[in-house]
Design a protein around this ligand. Structure first.
Ligand SMILES: *[C@@H]1O[C@H](CO)[C@@H](O)[C@H](O)[C@H]1NC(C)=O
Ligand SMILES: *[C@@H]1O[C@H](CO)[C@@H](O)[C@H](O)[C@H]1NC(C)=O
Ligand SMILES: *[C@@H]1O[C@H](CO)[C@@H](O)[C@H](O)[C@H]1NC(C)=O
Ligand SMILES: *[C@@H]1O[C@H](CO)[C@@H](O)[C@H](O)[C@H]1NC(C)=O
Ligand SMILES: *[C@@H]1O[C@H](CO)[C@@H](O)[C@H](O)[C@H]1NC(C)=O
Ligand SMILES: *[C@@H]1O[C@H](CO)[C@@H](O)[C@H](O)[C@H]1NC(C)=O
Ligand SMILES: *[C@@H]1O[C@H](CO)[C@@H](O)[C@H](O)[C@H]1NC(C)=O
Ligand SMILES: *[C@@H]1O[C@H](CO)[C@@H](O)[C@H](O)[C@H]1NC(C)=O
Length: 407
């Protein structure tokens, strides 16, 4: 987003006085980010090609590619994520180890107010403040000592009961019931306002450079969307997010077509209002999507991402999650940081229950990326239980992974 605005501002400068940009510079200055493009491919879209088919070969290229992906995700499925509104104020109070952060956001005469409880660690805050986990709806993973936890009532910001929730929630009180947003983008908007106010609330003692986001199931879909769009999130931890989360629409359709009972796109738009009404136009034509969720996950890079999945529930689309994250992983590999992207897929536990034998994987990510401790975060594992449906990478991944040049 910021990138698009930068391009716009630079375009607004007297262009004639600038030297003629070319190559990498031209891409950085004039990144074209349409909300939809002609496209039709059964395979997963190539992360390393711009919309116009030219190659993506550096971190500078990736900044533009990421902006393109972001615009496409908003355009096709997530709806518009509005920028920071003119009014953003807050109050903060603390009693014992429990804080209460209240945000008021919107436009003069049209604001909404929401409060989030924060549980603080015992003891004295580090000089930079406590690291923080923002938990969509409530925490369902263990968090090590020394990290604060904020519970975000995302369902109040964008309701998610059923079809009757369309346009309902505090976000829509501000932007109107007909805003093209979905509950996913409404939730990101509210989360971003929480970070806005934490940045200017020294009394809360939160280190805003060390914020993680997590959520399970529907809220895991939301947590991935938050990590993708909000670059101030330092660590993204979707848990059992399934279809609409760390799975790819194309691969979920393949699972359904193979006889598995999956929460694929055609079902998900009936079930709830997580995605925009525009997405309804594509659920029977998935190959027209010029992105898929491997690219949503890749928007998190180079920031760290660890996602957990559960093979006990076929509707969570286990093959799709593994395949989709395998495809997303190539972007972290291109950046030379495969240890910033982990995937853990097991079974034998109920939905949103976090098996304690997975603690070492999770704590490695907390240690390394929130607590500045050494840890081995090279983790990518599955039990491979896909109900007999076969993951064949070459059927879906039609690219070779480049190694990005530093510029
Ligand atoms: C948090 O603070 C707001 C604003 O003062 C208040 O309305 C709300 O009741 C408080 N919440 C709790 C749980 O104390
Ligand atoms: C916090 O630490 C103090 C001093 O060690 C202890 O007395 C108190 O019980 C602790 N509180 C909690 C909630 O752990
Ligand atoms: C939203 O759109 C519906 C259908 O077009 C229309 O009836 C309604 O008046 C609109 N509501 C607002 C608040 O604009
Ligand atoms: C697993 O596959 C079989 C055979 O295709 C199918 O009948 C069954 O419904 C699948 N199970 C689930 C839970 O999707
Ligand atoms: C989209 O899917 C519908 C329903 O399967 C089909 O009738 C239509 O031809 C498809 N459109 C395109 C452009 O592929
Ligand atoms: C559940 O645990 C058993 C025994 O440890 C193991 O054999 C099996 O593969 C596990 N199932 C899943 C789905 O992980
Ligand atoms: C980190 O863990 C991975 C997976 O267990 C292992 O292959 C690798 O050797 C470890 N790296 C180091 C430096 O210990
Ligand atoms: C991509 O697909 C084309 C046509 O099916 C094939 O010739 C090519 O080898 C594939 N490339 C990769 C990298 O898989």
């Amino acid at each position: 987003m910021a990138f698009r605005w930068l391009s716009f501002l630079l375009l607004a400068l007297p262009v004639l006085s600038l030297p003629q940009p070319s190559g990498i510079e031209a891409r950085a200055l004039f990144c074209n980010t349409p909300a939809n493009i002609p496209f039709n491919d059964d395979k997963l879209p190539d992360p390393f090609k711009f919309n116009d088919g030219t190659p993506v070969r550096s971190m500078t290229d990736w900044a533009c590619r990421r902006s393109q992906i972001s615009a496409l995700v908003e355009g096709y499925e997530a709806g518009t994520l509005p920028p920071k509104p003119p009014v953003v104020t807050s109050t903060f109070s603390k009693s014992g180890l429990t804080g209460n952060l209240t945000v008021t956001a919107g436009f003069p005469g049209k604001t909404t107010t929401f409060s989030s409880p924060i549980t603080f660690p015992n003891g004295t805050a580090p000089a930079a403040g406590w690291p923080l986990v923002i938990a969509y709806s409530g925490l369902s993973i263990p968090v090590p000592d020394g990290i604060a936890v904020l519970t975000y009532d995302n369902s109040a910001i964008g309701e998610q009961n059923d079809q009757s929730s369309r346009g309902v929630g505090q976000f829509f009180d501000v932007y109107g019931a007909n805003a093209t947003a979905s509950s996913m983008t409404a939730w990101v908007w509210g989360l971003s306002r929480i970070i806005d106010v934490l940045e200017v609330t020294p009394a809360a003692h939160i280190n805003t450079a060390k914020i993680a986001v997590t959520g399970c199931s529907r809220d895991g879909k939301g947590a991935l969307m938050a990590g993708a769009f909000e670059e101030r999130i330092a660590l993204t931890i979707p848990q059992e997010s399934g279809s609409g989360g760390d799975t790819c629409w194309r691969l979920s359709k393949f699972e359904q077509d193979s006889g598995d009972v999956v929460q694929q796109a055609t079902e998900i738009v009936q079930e709830n209002v997580w995605f925009s009404t525009n997405f309804d136009n594509f659920v029977f034509n998935i190959s027209l999507l010029p992105y898929d969720h491997h690219l949503l996950a890749a928007m998190v890079a180079p920031r760290p991402l660890i996602s957990y999945e559960n093979t006990d529930f076929e509707w969570l689309s286990p093959l799709s999650a593994f395949g989709c994250m395998t495809a997303a992983h190539t972007v972290f590999e291109a950046m030379g940081i495969p240890d910033k992207h982990a995937f853990v897929q097991v079974g034998n536990h109920s939905h949103c229950d976090f098996p304690s034998d997975l603690n070492p994987t999770l704590f490695a990510f907390f240690d390394k990326f929130l607590l500045d401790k050494e840890a081995n975060t090279t983790i990518f594992e599955t039990n491979g239980l896909f109900n007999g449906t076969v993951w064949n990478p070459s059927q879906w991944i039609n690219w070779t992974t480049p190694r990005f040049s530093p510029l």
